[in-house]
Write a protein that binds this ligand. Structure first.
Ligand code: ZN
Length: 93
């Protein structure tokens, strides 16, 4: 997988669809653990890919989405009383 971060099985950018399913199964019930694991991998991927081809990783936003944009919880685990983010956004306008 490293340092190109392509799937060993299918050659797609990792995590591919199959890898995501495997990760979801492995971290079932622990989305936080899954996100922490992916965040750790993301840091390594940014380092590796930037070293290999700096021009291809000018934006890490794409990598962020690739690693951390997909594991959506079926039910958002944010309690109703955690609305301070919304209020902070309104304060800026
Ligand atoms: Zn694959």
């Amino acid at each position: 997988m490293r340092p190109l971060w392509l799937c060993r099985t299918c050659g797609q950018p990792w995590p591919c669809g199959r890898a995501k399913l495997d990760l979801l199964a492995e971290y079932e019930g622990s989305r936080v653990g899954l996100c922490l694991y992916l965040a750790t991998l993301l840091c390594g991927a940014i380092d590796d890919l930037h070293r290999l081809n700096p021009s291809a990783t000018g934006s890490t936003a794409g990598l962020f989405d690739r690693f951390l944009g997909w594991p959506r919880a079926p039910h958002p685990p944010v309690p109703d009383d955690h609305n301070d983010q919304v209020q902070a956004g309104e304060a800026g306008s």
